[in-house]
Design a binder for this molecule. Structure first.
Ligand code: PEP
Ligand code: MG
Length: 758
């Protein structure tokens, strides 16, 4: 049963468009369940009606014509109730509605199940039979499983289908809208550039070419080069590999023959597709074909074909590297944006970012906020492969992408961009004034940095220190660990620019969603696995080099603070302190004169919340990493768009944890800051100030907004608000209460432009 399900889902996924996908569904399901009829009715929210979109067994002429209102007939009932309806005699049900055009009077038994994707009803899947009988439990559960698996595929095909390609140059493409997760606020209007990670076939976008000859040449050159690579590998392995394994190389080589895969790929190029896109299409088709085979040995061959494709792609990419033409306002789209990719994009051209995967607290979104680039994450239904050069609006406030927007929508959004710009320019005057509330409470605002560009911007925004310098970023943009000397130079630059202000450098926090290409970590549960301090304590050589580099960088400046990520227990604090002291003495022994810098720990896992006093006795300061603390308290992966709605820093459990940490740290006489993204959210900042945090550290973009909000919010009033919300039990209600309080003080502007533009 499982393999049948898998086969159908794959076939449907491979269909070229929505109609083809629906036709495959009805054909395959009818055959598998041995019913007389299988039909799909899709629901259209705009018209509130179902349309019979595909059917095997009902009159063909009815397809595309028969429609039903939201509550009409048995189909309407399945949709309304959002559960299966299984009837041995459909006609005797009071809601039965006879549809003459379909010829369904012959069929007595009826089983309908809703098709639901991310809580949205997409339609209803129905099977019918002549005989008067109730479908049994296994049939019902098969159809339910089928529908649940197909929902995502249908939603994707529907979204892709909503993209309209004009037939002629005179026709304007129609506007379509895709929903994602708000990643970094602001609005960007520009033209799409699709970026793919290297040697990843699935990430290659479609691209039309006028240079068919050039693309064919590039492809055949790549084939020759891969053939040579394979021959030389086969020769090298000749004495070490048994004959039958050797034979595999011959098979590979034959596949690469000009007349085999080569000819198929050339045929696609000749139709006007660039070489990489043609390679992807043909290889994926073969991979699917092999994956559907019953024989496990043949099924495994899919892996070989994919590997071959990857090799050819890698050579092609080496030669077609400088392809990207950057428009003035580039909106970069990728299936999975990574921090490393951000480094490749010319900053003066970058207007916005869209990632199909990831969520609002993925590291790439955090960097985008620091850079002030409007970003959408988790746009799961966006047909990113087909986006190159499309005109787009990225609404980073609401988490929406508009493709080929209408002139009216463009005007509306341009007005919003102007308003926003005027507001931000108005805040510039605050740069040199401190963050003091109307009742004279002073709260230092620091910044989080990672990229050189945001370091320079931060000073321009009036930051009083660095609360978190993420050292992973310089590690990620290299192809090997940076040496001690290289690290020293990078850290010294940070310390120098901010001097005499304090700079908190965090030891390497890789793992989770931050990986180094040269130090891969493969895990089932990366956020619960080998991450942060766990990695560096297992590799003291990496830790010691890094701490020595920090210490040397601070010579003569003495504004360094060292911070430890992902601490979950006292032994980790003690081992880290031991290594830091060791590095310190090694550096002293080299004759350098430095002070031992303050050392702090991050509170980012629930266990740490309960050990604040134990940590505080051993270190100089604490800093809450609320991005991770929220994900771990709520058990919501910060990187997963499916659960993004559940990720809520205003959750009462999170707020109570924050308050406890502040109280326990202060009882030990130690300062506590917060450097998670919530510190940069003006609404959250009001609560954090009232809780008594000693420093708020945030992205440079939001610092002026937070300063403006706090300069207009008396501490006493913030404390009253905090007392009120700490008695509330619902994160959404808490957020609304805080936003309302800001509105009452005339601070709505700081909440971002959320005008609803449907
Ligand atoms: C955090 O978890 O809140 C934090 C500041 O660290 P990062 O986002 O880099 O994991
Ligand atoms: Mg963290």
């Amino acid at each position: 049963m499982l393999s049948t399900l898998r086969r159908i889902v794959q076939e449907v996924g491979a269909a070229r468009d929505l109609q083809a996908a629906l036709d495959v569904i009805v054909r395959s399901v009818r055959m598998t369940m041995c019913t007389e009829v299988c039909s799909v009715y899709l629901y259209d929210e705009d018209t509130s009606r179902y349309t019979l979109m595909a059917s095997e067994g009902l009159n063909r002429k009815a397809v595309g014509r028969v429609t039903l209102s939201r509550s009409e007939g048995l189909v309407g009932q399945v949709g309304l109730r959002e559960e299966p309806i299984n009837l041995e005699d459909a006609a005797s049900h009071p809601k039965f509605r006879y549809l003459k055009e379909t010829g369904e009077e012959r069929f007595r038994s009826f089983l309908g199940v809703p098709i639901i994707h991310q809580r949205n009803l997409l339609g209803v899947l129905v099977v019918q039979q002549n005989a008067k009988r109730r479908f049994d439990e296994s049939e019902e559960s098969f159809l339910v499983t089928m529908s649940a698996q197909l929902a995502g595929v249908i939603a994707h095909a529907e979204a892709t289908g909503s993209l309209h390609f004009p037939e002629s140059v005179h026709e304007r493409p129609r506007q379509s809208r895709f929903v994602g997760v708000a990643g970094s606020p602001g609005i960007a209007i520009g033209s799409a550039v699709v970026l793919a990670p290297p040697a990843d076939l699935s990430a290659v976008p479609d691209k039309d070419t006028d240079d068919i000859e050039g693309e064919n040449q590039a492809f055949f050159d790549a084939l020759i080069s891969v053939r040579e690579q394979m021959k030389s590998t086969a020769d090298k392995l000749a004495d070490q590999v048994p004959a039958e394994e050797q034979a595999l190389f011959d098979v590979y080589l034959r596949m690469l023959d000009d007349n085999a895969l080569g000819a198929e790929i050339a045929a696609v190029i000749n139709k006007g597709q660039w070489a990489q896109g043609a390679l992807k299409q043909v290889i994926e088709e073969h991979v699917r074909h092999f994956e559907l085979m019953e024989d496990p040995y043949l099924r495994e061959r899919a892996v070989d074909i994919r590997d071959l494709g990857r090799r050819v792609l890698s050579v092609l990419q080496q030669h077609q590297q400088d392809e990207v033409v950057w428009p003035e306002q580039a909106i970069v789209i990728s299936e999975e944006l990574t921090p490393g990719m951000l480094g490749e994009i010319p900053r003066d051209k970058l207007a916005g970012l869209v990632s199909v995967q990831g969520s609002g607290n993925s590291h790439v979104a955090i960097l985008a906020r620091a850079m002030g680039v409007p970003t959408i994450m988790g746009a799961v239904d966006l047909p990113w492969e087909r986006m190159n050069s499309r005109e787009l609006i990225v609404d980073g406030n609401l988490g929406r992408v508009y493709v080929s927007p209408s002139p009216e929508l463009l005007t509306q959004y341009r007005n919003l961009v102007h308003e926003e710009k005027a507001f931000v320019e108005g805040l510039e005057s605050l740069k040199d004034v401190p963050c003091i509330t109307p009742d004279n409470y002073r709260l230092p605002l620091w910044v989080n940095t990672g990229l050189m560009t945001d370091t320079v911007r931060s000073l321009g925004q009036g930051a009083e220190g660095v609360g978190l310098y993420r050292t992973e970023v310089p590690f990620m943009i290299r192809e090997r660990f940076p040496s001690e000397k290289e690290q020293e130079e990078i850290y010294r630059e940070q310390l120098r620019i901010f001097h005499p202000r304090p700079v908190t450098i965090r030891t390497l926090d890789i793992g989770g969603d931050k990986s180094l290409s040269y130090f891969p970590i493969k895990e089932e549960n990366p956020f619960l696995g080998w991450r942060g301090i766990r990695v560096t304590l297992d590799h003291p050589e990496i830790f010691l080099v890094q701490v020595r580099a920090m210490l040397k960088a601070s010579v003569g400046l003495d504004n360094l603070r060292i911070m430890l990520p992902m601490i979950s227990g006292v032994p980790e604090v003690e081992e880290s302190l031991y290594l830091i002291h060791r590095a310190y003495h090694e550096v002293l022994a080299e004759g350098l004169e430095i002070q031992l810098p303050p050392v702090g720990v991050m509170i980012e896992v629930p266990a740490a919340v309960y050990q604040v006093a134990d940590f505080a006795r051993r270190v100089d300061f604490l800093s809450i990493g609320s991005n991770d603390l929220t994900q771990y308290i709520l058990a919501v992966d910060r990187n997963n768009p499916r659960v993004a709605d559940l990720y809520h820093s205003f959750h009462p459990a999170v707020l109570h944890a924050l308050q406890k940490v502040v109280k326990d740290a202060h009882e030990e006489g130690k300062p506590v800051s917060i450097c998670g993204e919530m510190a940069g959210d003006p609404a959250a900042a009001v609560l954090l100030m009232a809780m008594g945090f000693d420093v708020l550290s945030m992205n440079a973009t939001n610092l002026p907004r937070v300063k403006w909000a706090l300069r207009n919010m008396p501490l006493e009033q913030a404390k009253e608000l905090l007392a009120e919300v700490m008695n509330m039990d619902n994160p959404r209600v808490i957020r609304s209460a805080v936003e309302l309080a800001l509105r009452h003080r005339g601070l709505d502007k700081v909440l971002g432009n959320r005008a609803d533009l449907n």
